[in-house]
Ligand binder design. Structure first.
Ligand code: ADP
Ligand code: MG
Length: 319
């Protein structure tokens, strides 16, 4: 079973950034309004994610670490319309199998927090305000072959910060802080969408971009696409989301790029932050272990709707 977990971990956990993504997903699912990420040595030595969400009841703590134990869906029908970031109950078990993990959590009705050590399963009382802290130490220490694939601390740190950025752009209502080796390196306060985009991507992007906001049948396309004059209108500023989930989707990327090229004849890849909201039964998010890819039921319609939304926005002079 340890082996099975480690194999599953290989699909979900590639590097510290994957751990950050999963832990922040969980914090958001728990209703957090403030999330703090603390990294040591690029996250290779330690990753701590603290949230002020609802916490985990003490009797559920051991369950949270079990494979396929999720508190988020109970049936296949619920999977069809899943609203939470997580639903497979795999992440914590997978991460715990390739690291030294502990959880400290407290619910609103508990007199104090509880710590659980993933390896021993031991529970002990701990001080904490309502919410959850998950600490992941020495990623891949027991699988040296995998640890060798990690890059320099600076590179791992950059990927981990990118993971937080992806969340920060879609959840401006949540405050984020990232610490590295004891220093605060990023802080994004609760804000409006535009302020958050400006805080994360720079004021230049917001000033030199067009607001897209279009309804197309059961879909809404909302976001900003950078104009060629945005100095940082580059391909590393491409953030697409489907129902609040960051995705790398060729169809969406192609639709955005084609619209941009058709109207602006831009030479470079456009920068964008685009939120596509669609009836959840029309998109399958359960096609990739990290959920970074999705499958649309009517992909042609989605393609057309995204492309038209952006084309119409860009075609308005000075809009
Ligand atoms: P999933 O997110 O798919 O349910 P995970 O392995 O990521 O699976 O987490 C397992 C369970 O642990 C979750 O279903 C949830 O009940 C609990 N959990 C994990 N992280 C948190 C958190 N930060 N706050 C509250 N509950 C959490
Ligand atoms: Mg999860």
């Amino acid at each position: 079973d340890e082996l099975v977990s480690q194999i599953a971990a290989g699909e979900v956990v590639e590097r510290p950034a994957s751990v950050v993504r999963e832990l922040v997903d969980n914090a958001l699912d728990a209703g957090a309004r403030q999330i703090t990420v603390r990294l040591t040595a690029g996250g290779v030595r330690a990753i701590v994610v603290e949230d002020d969400g609802g916490g985990i009841p003490v009797e559920e703590l051991p369950l949270a670490l079990k494979r396929h134990a999720t508190s988020k869906i109970r049936s296949l029908e619920e999977l069809e319309g899943v609203q939470t970031m997580g639903f497979r109950g795999e992440a914590l078990a997978a991460i715990a199998s390739v690291s030294d993990m502990s959880i400290v959590s407290r619910t609103a009705d508990a007199a104090h927090g509880q710590r659980i050590d993933a390896r021993s399963g031991e529970l002990s009382p701990a001080a904490r305000s309502v919410g959850t802290s998950i600490e992941v130490r020495e990623l891949f220490f027991s699988t040296p072959a995998r640890r060798k694939f990690l890059k320099s601390d600076a590179t791992e740190l950059a990927h981990a910060v990118e993971a937080v950025k992806r969340h920060a752009l879609v959840r401006p209502d949540v405050g984020f802080a990232v610490w590295h080796d004891g220093k605060l390196i990023q802080q994004w306060r609760q804000a409006s969408h535009d302020t958050r985009m400006s805080d994360v991507l720079g004021a230049d992007f917001v000033a030199n971009s067009r607001l897209v906001d279009t309804m197309a049948g059961p879909m809404r396309v909302l976001g900003r696409i950078g104009l060629p004059e945005a100095a940082r209108a580059r391909s590393d500023h491409q953030f697409a989301y489907v129902n609040g989930r960051f995705v790398k989707d060729k169809l969406v990327a192609h639709a955005l790029r084609t619209a941009y090229e058709d109207v602006l004849h831009g030479q470079r890849q456009p920068a964008y932050v685009m939120f596509i909201d669609i009836d959840p039964t029309r998109v399958d998010v359960n096609v990739h272990p990290t959920k970074i890819e999705v499958r649309f039921r009517e992909s042609g319609e989605v393609y057309g709707a995204v492309r038209r939304a952006v084309e119409q926005t860009l075609a308005v002079p000075g809009g």
